[in-house]
Design a protein around this ligand. Sequence first.
Ligand code: 5AD
Ligand code: SF4
Length: 466
Amino acid sequence: MPETSAQSETTKPAANAETGKKIFIKTYGCQMNVYDSTRMSDALAPQGYTETQDITDADLVILNTCHIREKAAEKVYSEIGRIRKMRDARGAGAKQMTIGVAGCVAQAEGEEIIKRAPIVDLVFGPQSYHRLPSLLKDVEAGKSVVETEFPEEDKFKHLPAAKASVTRARGFTAFLTVQEGCDKFCTFCVVPYTRGAEVSRPVSAIVDEARALVAAGVCEITLLGQNVNAYHGSSDKGGIWGLGQLLEELAKIDGLARLRYTTSHPRDMDDALIAAHRDIPQVMPYLHLPVQSGSDRILAAMNRRHTRAEYFELVDKIRAGRPDLALSGDFIVGFPGESDADFADTMSLIRDVEYAQAYSFKYSPRPGTPAASHEDQISNELSSERLLELQTLLTEQQIAFNASKMDSTMDVLLERKGRETGQLTGRSAWLQAVHIDAPETLIGTIQPVRITGVTKNSLSGQLITG
Ligand code: 5AD
Ligand code: SF4
C-alpha cells in the first residue's frame, strides 16, 4: 500500500492556535497506520498541538512506521538522517524539535533505534498512543523514552472514546478500528509479533464511535483490523458477536449509507458474514480477501490454513449471494521453495477468480519469522520475473473490470473537488474512483452517474439529473 503523509484539516481552539505547537506526522503502510496517525494527533490536540504539512516548521515530528516488507527499518533510519540534517540546518537559535518513531518498526526495533539514531527522543509502539501526552512530558524532562510493552489488560484503552472520533471526521468517509492483532501466524508475516494477539473491541464502543462519526457528517465507514473478520466482540445484548452481526447492527444507524471492512482472512469468512454481503444493502459489494498463493504446497508452507479448492468454494459461496461482488487480493511471489509449477498454480487461480484489484509483492524475509530461515530462498531475479508476469495479468483484469462498467448507471459517493475546474471525484460501490462534472454543493452526497469513460485507475461519467 502507498506511503502517505497524514492530512489534517482539524481546527483547534483559538488559544491553542496562538500558543500551540506544531506536529508533523509521516505515515507509512496500511490504513491502520493512517487511522493511528489521526489518533495521535487527536490525543495531542488538548495539549495545544495542531498539525502542519511543513516538517521544517514542526516542534514534534513523528514517523509512524510499517514493518511488513522490504528494508522497512533501513528506510526509517535514512529518513531520520534527513531530518537530522534539516534540523541542524535550522541553526542554534531555532526552536527545539522532538523526534518520535511510532508503529511497527518502533515495536520491532525498540531501544535499538535510539542507540543507532540518538537524535530520536521517543520510541513507542501501537499500544501506547493514548499515553503520548505523558510520554512527551518525560521527554521534556530530559529522558529518552522507549515504550513497546504490550499491556496485560484493557488492550483497547488506547483507542479513542466516541467523542474523540468526532475530531477525526475529516470528510465523508472514515476508518474505524474494531479489532487489532493477529493469531494466524502466517510464516512470512511480522504482524503477530508487532501488533500482538488478536483482540476485539466491544460492540457498544464501536457503535458509539460510528454514531459520532455519522453525526459529524460521515456516510461511509470502513471497519479496520489486521484480521478484521476474526472479530469477536462482546455485546451488551448478550454473547459474543462476529463481524456479520456487527455489520447488521451498524447498518441500523440512520445516515450511514456504506459499510466496508478490511483485511480479511479466508478462514474467517463465516456464514453470517457471507449472509451480510447478500442481505445488507449498506455492505458494499467489494471484498479484499488475500489468498497469497494458488499452490496448495505453498499455502501449507505459509501456514494459511486453507487449500486452493477451499478458497474457490468460498468465493463461489459469496458470489452466489452477491453476484456483482468485486474481489481484491494480496499475492506474494518467490516464497521460499516456490517452483515454476507453484507459480503457475497462482497464475491459474488468478485467471479463474478474476480480481477487480490486487496488491502483489516479492517475498521479503522478515527477521524472526519462520519462513526467513528456510534454506530454499528464491533469487531476486526469478522473483522479479514472476512478479512482472503476475502484475501484467492483474492489470489486465483490473482494466477489464473497469471496462465492464462502461455505459452502466451506478451510485457514486461524491467526496471532494476533482483536479479539473467544475469536477468532483467520488467512489463507486466497488471502490473505483469516479470523476464527474457537478456542482460543489453535491459533495457528501450519493448520486446516480452514467459511466462514459474508463481507464485502468478510474471511471468518468455524467450526473443523471431529474
Ligand atoms: N513479504 C512479502 N509480502 C508480505 N506481506 C506480508 N508479509 C510479507 C513478506 N514478508 C504482504 C501479504 C499481506 C500484505 C499486507 O503484505 O500479501 O497480505
Ligand atoms: Fe499476517 Fe494477515 Fe497472516 Fe495475520 S493473517 S499473520 S496479518 S498475513
